[in-house]
Design a protein around this ligand. Structure first.
Ligand SMILES: Cc1cc2nc3c(=O)[nH]c(=O)nc-3n(C[C@H](O)[C@H](O)[C@H](O)COP(=O)(O)OP(=O)(O)OC[C@H]3O[C@@H](n4cnc5c(N)ncnc54)[C@H](O)[C@@H]3O)c2cc1C
Length: 377
């Protein structure tokens, strides 16, 4: 049965790579098929590159998600210390309410406890008073009357290098790039994964094709059809020059939109700022996921309204990064969260809204795949 793959993974974004990495550990005969000329060129190439420790999920009491994020972040620090490094982040606080200093302090204590329980080391956050905030981040002068929250997240230096590193680890995985899967069929005990020139026989299939996920779903009425109907185009605007060279700066507009300005350096050493993340509803062909100039300019203007000192309107827009993210319902901010949909009888789907958690997500999928492979012998 040498022509049968234990697992065929469709889509070499960070989700597919995470599953392939987990399959490697199980020494499964794996085929990873990617439509693009390189892995990681879809939504995964357009993230803000913040490897979230999940502090913000405390606001909604989602302790489980904090638990997952803290673990995932520290695993990335451990495995790729030259690619994922800690970055201090600052957010001005309100006088009262959930974003005031007393609540933020409780959040920091809870966060430390979760990290301790998980046995991971995180950078210690703190509450900064007004002057400490201005000292750390002069751009916030006049914007942090009630102090600010300082926390540590991870930042991924560059996604291509991480993808390259993961591929280097492949021993049992065969990678086919520039190969589009056209359909998936169940043929008796196996799956047929059909491309233009070949059909691959597989004992299990993991579909991580992002916005193309539904197109490739085989006809299996038992597969739940809850997700993959609505998509948001998420975008970051990459601007010339740095707003703050060392800190991520989070500020909220009067309209309630959260902006995160993150320092970047391009391949030539030029300082840039990635300003994220905006969301608009996306309809139609996933390949056409451009965001209009008007929307981009309004986004930058809204940020400029909060922090005029950053002079973003005078800066050159270097490029706009856009990727599609799955929604629970047709509202741009109703992201599904990192969802694993366990399909049935050897077919699995992953819809992701988080780069950070791709390693534990891959292992979770692999637990289901392994159980199926054992069951179906
Ligand atoms: C603007 C923006 C900012 C973000 N910022 C962050 C952040 O700071 N931190 C964070 O943790 N997350 C962030 N995210 C989320 C994160 O980027 C995504 O959740 C993640 O990259 C999704 O990866 P994926 O592999 O599921 O999808 P994709 O990267 O889209 O991968 C799907 C792959 O499938 C391939 N494919 C599709 N159809 C086929 C086919 N028929 N045959 C073969 N291959 C196929 C595609 O070519 C693609 O490579 C951000 C997302 C956006 C859009």
């Amino acid at each position: 049965m040498s022509d049968v793959w234990d697992i065929v993974i469709i889509g070499g974004g960070v989700s597919g790579l995470g599953v392939a990495k987990a399959a490697e550990q199980k020494q499964l005969k794996t085929l990873l098929i990617e439509a693009s000329f390189r892995c990681g060129k879809g939504t995964s190439d357009n993230s803000l590159r913040i490897m979230h420790g999940g502090f913000r999920y405390l606001q909604t009491g989602n302790v489980l998600r904090v638990w997952d994020s803290v673990g995932a972040q520290s695993e990335l620090y451990r495995m790729y210390p030259d690619l994922v490094t800690p970055i201090p982040c600052v957010m001005p606080l309100d006088a009262v309410g959930l974003k005031s200093a007393p609540f933020a302090k409780i959040g920091l204590i809870a966060y430390d406890i979760i990290a301790k329980m998980r046995g991971v080391k995180i950078g210690h956050g703190s509450i900064l008073d007004r002057d400490e905030t201005y000292q750390r981040s002069p751009i916030l002068r006049g914007h942090a009357e009630h102090g600010s929250l300082l926390w540590w997240d991870g930042i991924l230096r560059d996604s291509d290098s991480l993808v390259g590193r993961i591929k280097e680890e492949f021993v049992h995985t065969t990678l086919k790039v520039s190969t589009r899967v056209n359909s998936v069929r169940r043929d008796g005990a196996y799956f047929s994964v059909v491309t233009a020139h070949e059909t691959f026989k597989a004992r299990s299939v993991v579909n991580t094709a992002g916005p193309w996920i539904k197109e490739l779903r085989p006809h299996m009425p038992e597969i739940p059809d809850h997700y993959g109907h609505h998509w948001a185009a998420g975008f970051n605007v990459v601007l010339e020059g740095s707003i703050d060279q060392t800190h991520g700066i989070a500020v909220r507009s009067k309209e309630g939109r959260l902006f995160f300005a993150v320092p970047r350096t391009d391949a030539y050493g030029n300082k840039l700022t990635a300003l994220g993340t905006g969301y608009i509803l996306h309809e139609g062909d996933p390949s056409h996921n451009k965001v209009s100039e008007e929307i981009v300019l309004n986004f930058v203007k809204e940020f400029s309204g909060i922090l005029p000192e950053a002079e973003v309107l005078g800066r050159k827009i270097m490029h706009v990064e856009v990727g599609l993210l799955p929604l629970r319902r047709p509202e741009p901010n109703a992201l599904v969260g990192a969802v694993k949909i366990s399909g049935e009888r050897g077919y699995f789907e992953v819809l992701s809204t988080k780069y950070t958690t791709f390693l534990p997500q891959g292992r979770a999928v692999m637990r289901d795949v392994s159980a199926w492979l054992k069951e179906s012998v």
